[in-house]
Design a protein around this ligand. Structure first.
Ligand code: SF4
Length: 324
């Protein structure tokens, strides 16, 4: 049995949980290739025109997997923190894909809604496990293994590793003693995990920044309890989970005054981002010493254009700090 996992959207949040879980059940995990032009072009062909870039990309990843696997992992994600809801596109993902792409294999579309309680994550995994085996002990062992791996993953993120670096460290069996690279200046790069850590869609932004000697921090590197603390500083929060994480992470980095600037990476066609971007802009303007840059990505974004703007932004900050 081979289960296919699209290398986008919840991949950057759930992969370290579900990969050891499926393997613990004796199921082979097949991940779609890294995003590239062919995958995006295929996704654009399969999706409705007004979808955001990450959704178009997801369709391309599903198309790349559909003939190679027996079943696709595409759960209906409702809430990942027990309070906030994901963008409506996550809720309707299995339906959207099923009606857009013909000839799909079976889909694991179980609902994950942590508003039902903390144990819901384990119930969610258990229900999925029952599709593959009647052996309850095997499922419980696979859940335990998944939980252990996920805890290590979270520790690595809090140490300053990006999800991709953390995936690779976990695969090599490294422990959390390794230290991430440090740069001359520190920038908070805010955005959804599936835009920030997908090298193709973000046109390699994180790598470009590191090559300029920038220490990059992202929303995933902020402890959950700190994000919760920041949420209380707003009269009203947004509805959407990932958008709130971005806004709260912005508040966190502004409050602890540890960053020299903030970059918001926003996806063209994203409804929630029209509010998220404005909120971040207002927050950074309220703190007048922090330079702010918005980078909007769409299917036509070129590396050269982003590189020029980011280089100018970094130079400005380095001059301000007297490094240039
Ligand atoms: S939050 Fe925005 S980018 Fe993400 S799936 Fe929803 S519309 Fe698309």
């Amino acid at each position: 049995m081979r289960v296919g996992i699209p290398r986008t959207l919840s991949y950057f949040t759930l992969y370290p949980l579900v990969q050891p879980f499926f393997e613990g059940l004796g199921v082979d995990v097949v991940v779609s290739p890294e995003s590239n032009k062919d995958i995006l072009d295929e996704g654009i062909k399969e999706t409705v025109n007004d979808a955001c870039v990450p959704i178009k990309l997801l369709h391309g990843h599903v198309a790349a997997l559909k003939d190679k696997v027996d079943i696709l992992f595409m759960p209906r994600l409702v809430s990942l923190d027990g309070k906030n809801t994901l963008c409506p596109k996550f809720l309707g993902l299995p339906d959207m894909v099923r009606y857009s792409i013909k000839g799909l294999p079976e889909i694991i579309e179980n609902r994950l809604d942590l508003k039902k309680g903390k144990l819901e994550l384990y119930r969610f995994l258990f229900r999925i496990g029952r599709r593959f085996t009647d052996n309850k002990l095997l499922i419980l062992r696979a859940i335990w293994r998944a939980r252990y791996n996920f805890m290590h993953y979270r520790k690595l993120l809090l140490q300053g590793f990006t999800p991709i670096e953390a995936f690779s460290l976990l695969q090599k069996g490294h422990n959390a003693e390794v230290q991430p690279q440090k740069g001359q200046i520190k920038l908070a790069v805010l955005g959804y995990p599936y835009t920030l850590y997908d090298n193709y869609i973000s046109v390699g932004l994180l790598e470009i920044l590191k090559s300029y000697g920038v220490n990059v921090v992202t929303p995933e590197m902020v402890p959950k309890q700190e994000l919760q603390r920041m949420s209380k500083k707003f009269n009203k929060n947004l509805f959407w989970y990932y958008s709130n994480c971005v806004v709260w992470a912005c508040k966190y980095y502004l409050t602890d005054k540890s960053v020299d600037g903030i970059i918001h990476v926003t996806a063209f066609g994203c409804g929630p981002d029209s509010m998220t971007n404005k909120l971040i802009e207002l927050e950074t303007k309220a703190d007048r010493k922090i330079p702010f840059l918005t980078v909007t990505i769409d299917e036509h974004t070129g590396e050269a254009g982003v590189e020029t703007r980011v280089e100018a932004f970094v130079d400005l900050i380095k001059r301000k700090k007297g490094i240039l």
